[in-house]
Design a protein around this ligand. Structure first.
Ligand code: ADP
Length: 434
């Protein structure tokens, strides 16, 4: 109520002047009146000074007791406080959105309608090699130098993304890029690195082609013999030859069966997240493997065993049995008669365990070693087939090793022999863990 207060002051002031006039006489009355006027002017200008200071620093609390200004400053201060809070909220929201845009797993670039860069997130810098602020205002189409993207950008409407190969630090990456128009004349580019997806797709395609090829060969042989047997009258085929045909058909069928079984094993390993995690009786497992391998070798090789019977690991028994026997079977298959095979199951220097199979067989040239665990990779296709190999044994073994935190190490010298080792970390030793 500013006007009430002013009215009250004017009345008080008039009363004081009248009282002075009446009590002390005329000149004294005027003097009191004039001094009261001056005092009031000073008082008012001092308060105005406080108000003017606050007007320049509205984020501080407003001055108290500034007379009629109190009624103006209080709502003004409330208003500025509310605006400041709103501004802080908007800033926080903006910062959150920017942080989210930076954290996007996809690249994002905002541009004007002439493709001049305004902003980009971290992934876009990585995908497209952009630098901010140096590239701000530059035309993206000039920076990328990808003719197919330039052609795409000039289409004007972009319902579908485009795949573009971009060179990056000497490496080629495949990018999926999609443009979008927003806010009337702005452009947004989203980029996604699909190199890995493409690689997986190629691997899958190669795998299907390999499987088909591996199965087609025995199937063709089998179908050929069946055809012959069906078309040839019984009397035209001597019993001996017939038995020979049947044996060959049996062999091919067994080969297909072995391939399918190994494929199923691989697929089970890939689709199940992890097998049992129990202490496995390695002594019993190795004893069973020994009997199988002695039967497979049929006395053609000298087999030596150095087994630490007290050493067990935690894992899946069937998987470990499969890995152990794959390495042993290979040693027998690829070691000519008279060769030596030495099997060790022992403590490693780091407290873990190692299973190693050393043979004095044909050995492997160094250039093949990195690829041996690829599916269907063989050094000598004909030889592998002749000994009943599927080309999947080491791929399976590597998978099993990974599922047991173990490493598969291979060292070999052509003509001298090979050593295949499975190294288990100390945490995998039964009884030692924890
Ligand atoms: P395969 O069923 O053909 O034996 P693997 O995956 O077990 O398939 O092995 C892949 C290839 O590695 C084999 O074809 C063979 O060329 C080579 N290889 C594996 N083990 C040995 C070994 N002990 N000595 C020599 N070559 C081996």
């Amino acid at each position: 109520m500013i006007w009430l207060r002013t009215l009250f002051l004017v009345a008080l002031w008039a009363l004081a002047a009248l009282a002075a006039h009446w009590l002390i006489g005329e000149p004294a009355g005027w003097i009191v009146f004039a001094s009261a006027l001056v005092a009031m002017l000073f008082w008012r200008s001092w308060r105005l000074q406080k108000v003017s200071y606050w007007a320049r620093h509205p984020d501080t609390a407003p001055p108290a007791s500034v007379g009629p200004w109190d009624d103006i400053l209080a709502p003004l201060y409330r208003y500025t406080r509310a605006r400041a809070r709103e501004l802080a909220d908007t800033q926080r929201a903006m910062q959150g959105m920017l942080a989210a845009a930076q954290a996007l797993p996809d690249g994002a670039v905002t541009m004007n309608e002439d493709f001049q860069i305004d902003w980009c997130n971290r992934m876009a810098r990585q995908h497209l090699g952009l630098r901010l602020p140096a590239d701000r205002g530059h035309n993206l189409l000039n920076l990328l130098r990808a003719p197919e993207f330039v052609e795409y950008a000039h289409r004007g409407s972009w319902p579908e993304p485009i795949l573009v190969r971009l060179g990056q630090n000497g490496q080629e990456r495949l990018m999926m890029m999609q443009l979008t128009a927003y806010a009337s004349n702005q452009r947004l580019l989203i980029t996604r690195d699909v190199t890995q997806i493409e690689r997986l797709e190629t691997t899958r395609r190669d795998f299907v082609a390999n499987v088909s090829h591996e199965l087609r060969t025995p199937l063709t042989v089998l179908a050929g013999f069946l055809e012959t047997l069906r078309e040839m009258p019984d009397e035209a085929l001597p019993a001996e030859q017939r038995a020979q045909y049947l044996a060959m058909m049996h062999e091919q069928a067994q080969r297909m069966q072995a391939i399918v079984e190994d494929l199923l094993t691989l697929s089970t390993l890939e689709s199940s997240p992890g097998g049992d995690q129990r202490p496995v009786d390695m002594r019993a497992l190795l004893e069973k493997a020994r009997q199988q391998i002695e039967a497979l070798s049929g006395g053609r090789h000298t087999l030596r065993w150095h087994i630490d019977e007290s050493l067990d690991v935690v894992g899946t028994e069937t998987e470990l049995a499969s890995a152990i026997s794959n390495l042993l079977t290979n040693a027998v298959r690829y070691t000519p008669e008279g060769g030596e095979i030495t099997v060790r199951w022992e403590r490693d220097e780091d407290g873990g365990a190692r299973y190693s199979v050393r043979d004095t067989g044909i050995g492997i040239a160094a250039r093949h070693l990195p690829r041996l665990t690829e599916r269907f990779y063989r050094v000598d296709r004909g030889r592998s087939r002749a000994v009943g190999g599927t080309g999947l044994g080491l791929a399976i073994t590597k998978h099993i090793a990974m599922r047991h935190d173990a490493e598969l190490l291979i060292s070999s010298e052509p003509g001298k022999g090979s050593v295949f080792t499975l190294r288990f970390p100390p945490e995998r030793i039964a009884g030692d863990a924890g």
